[in-house]
Design a protein around this ligand. Structure first.
Ligand SMILES: *Cc1c(COP(=O)(O)O)cnc(C)c1O
Length: 473
């Protein structure tokens, strides 16, 4: 299988090459030439597979340039009870007869990003070894992405990680998670500034062609195709967990920011998984809610991007959205190019003429949740079911309940565990002890490793030069 860009100006590539990429050279996103489809017979077989077996069955249809035995080895090392807390990897639990929660957050950093990132870490290491290459990953994080990346890449050969975070702006738990790591290849840099400043430094270094080439700079942000691929698997797993036969339809409600998670659901649906609706749940940063209800997409300016109590969904634009629009516009890459070049400079676009297809042909629906909604949802679930959910998951459940149709079964994605966002939980239900996995016991008391730098790209470049040179074989 070959991969192409949504902008149509990149020569077709193999999976292994796409795996190490961010944006395509033409500015688009990479995706397979077509999504493979599966029929009822295949679904019947897949219904009985374990998580790693299912992951292999799905991924080998996309990663065709990795030998079967090697891919199996990568997957078997990734999806273990040791890393994800149970053999189910993504256990489903029932909330009500027609409402389920899909536990995606039982990995090392207690957020759904681990499911994809743990795979990516092992796949990166494998591909780099095969190519005899080294890579320097630089990233900016306000919390979940950075820690998931660090826990996936720690101790990996031929990979150095430099993660920039805004000094003093993350939660105690998030800070402790990242800064307590002691692996030689993980470098935490706190920047005296905001998240946007961190992101600007990453961009500046990426745009320095000479520097980029010398240190083989790469990223692991949410547009990475490998992350999307790994996320497709759990839509299948969850569907099988709540149905008895492939005649049944199930919908998913997904707390969304950059449209990475639900994009994987969309691809699962395109592959033939009997998904009813894909419900996009947003917080106050509701650009996707507007699009899926009205057909108009308008990225937010920085001053209109709100800081909310579901912070991992605080986005100005949804970076994976282009993958869906490409398909929606019947692979008209010239048009996609035009629309998303506009988005880059803050312009929106209007596709209300095809909104009907968005909702029916592709099954999308959307709703929005606010701070008051998530507090209310957390409180009510706690009081009714003794069930504690994090603020992002609460957004998904709120929207699911609001949009649920008669007879519709909905699975809500749990995208983080409540202990990560203790302040909001306590605001919702009062002072309680929030359960935390044994491996995070005492995390905040561990020594922390971070250097604080002024908001200057040159200072970060200097760190990279020092450490990467020092680590050359
Ligand atoms: C990243 C994240 C999201 C948003 O996921 P997207 O793939 O960006 O749509 C939602 N909830 C949590 C907890 C996250 O970390």
């Amino acid at each position: 299988m070959k991969y192409i860009s949504t902008r149509g100006q990149t020569a077709p590539m193999d999976f292994s090459d796409v795996l190490l990429m961010g944006l395509a050279p033409d500015g688009g996103l990479m995706l397979p030439e077509h999504y493979p489809t599966v029929d009822n017979e295949v679904l019947k077989e897949w219904r009985h597979l374990s998580y790693p077996e299912l992951a292999l069955a799905i991924m080998q249809r996309f990663a065709t340039d990795i030998p079967h035995a090697d891919l199996k080895d990568i997957i078997d090392r990734t999806y273990t009870a040791d890393v994800f807390g149970s053999d189910d990897i993504v256990p489903v639990r029932k909330l009500e007869d027609d409402l389920y929660i899909l536990g995606l957050s039982n990995g090392p950093t207690l957020a759904f990003k681990d499911v994809a990132m743990q795979f990516l870490g092992n796949a990166f290491e494998y591909v780099l070894k095969r190519q005899g290459a080294r890579i320097t990953i630089i990233g900016a994080t306000s919390g979940d992405t950075g820690s998931a990346a660090e826990y996936a890449l720690r101790g990996k050969e031929n990979i150095e990680v430099f993660m920039l975070s805004p000094h003093g702006k993350m939660s105690d738990f998030q800070r402790a998670q990242m800064y307590s790591l002691t692996d030689d290849n993980i470098h935490n840099i706190a920047i005296d500034g905001m998240f946007d400043d961190c992101q600007d430094i990453v961009k500046a270094l990426q745009q320095d062609a000479e520097f980029k080439a010398a240190y083989n700079l790469g990223t692991v942000n949410s547009i990475n195709w490998g992350r999307i691929l790994a996320q497709i698997v759990y839509y299948f797993k969850a569907y099988f967990a709540v149905t008895n036969s492939n005649d049944e339809r199930v919908s998913f409600s997904v707390p969304s920011g950059n449209f990475g998670n639900i994009c994987a659901g969309h691809i699962a649906r395109e592959m033939g998984l009997p998904i009813g609706r894909l419900i996009v749940a947003t917080n106050e940063n509701d650009v996707l809610n507007d699009f899926f209800n009205q057909g108009a997409y308008q990225p937010r300016t920085t001053d209109k991007t709100y800081v909310t109590s579901s912070p991992s969904m605080d986005i100005s634009k949804a970076s994976n959205f282009e993958r869906f629009v490409y398909l929606l516009l019947e692979k008209d890459s010239a048009r996609v190019h035009e629309l998303f070049e506009g988005v880059k400079s803050g312009q929106g676009f209007d596709l209300s003429d095809v909104l009907e297809a968005v909702n029916t042909r592709y099954g999308f629906a959307a709703g929005k949740s606010t701070h008051a909604d998530r507090l209310q949802t957390i409180k009510s679930l706690y009081e009714t079911y003794s069930e504690l959910v994090d603020p992002h998951t609460a957004d998904g459940i709120k929207v699911a309940k609001e949009l649920q149709q008669n007879g519709e079964v909905i699975i809500c994605a749990e995208t983080a565990l409540p202990v990560k966002f203790a302040d909001t939980i306590i605001e919702a239900v009062g002072q309680i002890d929030i359960e935390r996995p044994a491996h995070t016991e005492g995390l905040e008391e561990l020594p922390q490793h971070v250097i604080v730098l002024d908001n200057k790209a040159e200072l970060v470049a200097k760190q990279i030069r020092q450490h990467v040179t020092a680590n050359l074989p």
